[in-house]
Design a protein around this ligand. Structure first.
Ligand SMILES: NC(=O)c1ccc[n+]([C@@H]2O[C@H](COP(=O)([O-])OP(=O)(O)OC[C@H]3O[C@@H](n4cnc5c(N)ncnc54)[C@H](O)[C@@H]3O)[C@@H](O)[C@H]2O)c1
Length: 344
């Protein structure tokens, strides 16, 4: 494979770049480093077949020149997560819409396969037992900023599907459900790295709302098994697939597991959504994936459970902190901030 990974300096992208190189593929990584961390790729800089290009997916000429040199595009670059979207709504919308259109157009021009990263956010308020890919979406007003991330990703999906059906581009859409693991930044509201960092410092773990809201976390390594298998499977083209692990956990229980596994003396404290976000914020009560489709097609079987995921983050943060790293970069919890949105 000659792969182009957009967003390759990000959390999932960095792991993907590492995996592809380790399995003998050539990898070009395109990232504007807005949230990505080039230092997470530093150990790969001398690996034959690896190239890191700093630039934006909104630069059509640049994307075109990289697509011309590759056969497969993993399109992961995006303004990610509700917290950033609330702060940088227009930038997020433009990046997540036009960037994807640019990638798909270049894939069409150069005959690339393209995996497009989508999100469980597209299900909106739906909170059924297990969300399946054909499920109706239940969305709030398009004028509410909170939904603009989901709207952009949903339109990306529509575009990807049309490039497949009308222009024969081999697209695969991956709807990620709360992917977690080492090297995920806590800065933009991702709950596991934030809780772990707080617990390691024996600070209170702050839960917004009553803590009964549930999520399903999937280890990044399992997620990579899913997407790398899908992009190589002809029957996946034109399809959309949930990528997640159906084990459901409440945020309260998650905080308790983090405290137990770190051996921390932290307590859990609760803030109302109003205290945390001001008026008008809406959280999603639960989000559990149905992964029947991807399991049936490529045998997807995410094996790492919640404790494995938390352990892997603890190990990373303890190691990194010894060498002067990630704990210091965790933003403090500020009432009125949005660090704990638990969304992506
Ligand atoms: N992590 C999750 O749980 C999760 C859940 C659902 C969907 N996703 C999707 O998966 C993809 C990867 O997410 P992640 O968690 O690794 O996020 P991330 O923020 O760690 O990575 C995104 C990367 O894209 C880069 N980027 C942003 N704008 C860019 C631009 N204009 N040009 C080039 N690069 C740009 C950033 O610098 C960053 O490195 C995203 O598309 C996201 O929407 C992730």
């Amino acid at each position: 494979m000659k792969a182009l990974v957009t967003g390759g300096a990000g959390f999932i992208g960095g792991h993907l770049v590492e995996r592809l190189l380790a399995t003998g593929h050539e990898v070009m990584c395109l990232d504007d480093l807005s949230t990505g961390r080039p230092e997470s790729l530093a150990h790969l800089s001398d690996t034959p077949g690896f190239d890191l290009v700093e630039g934006t997916i909104l630069d059509a000429d640049l994307v075109d020149s990289l697509a011309a040199r590759s056969d497969t595009i993993f399109h992961l670059a995006a303004v990610v997560g509700v917290e950033l979207i609330l702060r940088r709504s227009l930038k997020g919308l433009r990046t997540n819409l036009h960037g994807t259109e640019t990638v798909l157009e270049c894939a069409h021009r150069h005959g690339n396969r393209a995996l497009i990263a989508s999100t469980s956010e597209v299900y909106g308020r739906s909170s059924d037992d297990a969300l399946s890919e054909e499920q109706d979406r239940v969305m709030g007003s398009p004028l509410t900023r909170r939904w603009s991330y989901a709207e952009a990703k949903a339109l990306d999906e529509t575009m990807a599907h049309l490039y497949w059906s009308d222009r024969s581009v081999r697209t695969v859409i991956a709807r990620f459900f709360n992917i977690a693991g080492p090297r995920q930044s806590s800065r933009y509201g991702m709950v596991i790295p934030k809780f772990v960092a707080q617990a390691l410092r024996n600070e209170p773990l702050t839960i917004y709302g009553d803590g009964k809201q549930t999520r399903s976390f999937c280890h990044v390594s399992d997620a990579l098994d899913g997407i790398t298998a899908l992009i190589g499977h002809p029957e996946a083209y034109g399809g959309v697939f949930n990528i997640g692990r159906p084990e459901e956990v409440s945020i309260q229980r998650l905080a308790e597991r983090v405290i137990a596994l770190t051996g921390s003396s932290s307590i859990v404290r609760h803030l109302s959504y109003e205290q945390a976000y001001g008026d008008g914020y809406e959280d999603i009560p639960r989000r559990v994936p149905d992964i029947t489709r991807v399991r049936d097609l490529v045998g997807f079987d995410p094996s790492r459970d919640l404790d494995d995921i938390i352990d892997s983050v603890i190990r990373e943060q303890t190691d990194t902190d010894l060498s002067g790293g990630v704990l210091g970069s965790v933003l403090p919890v500020v009432p009125g901030g949005l660090e704990n949105a638990h969304v992506d």
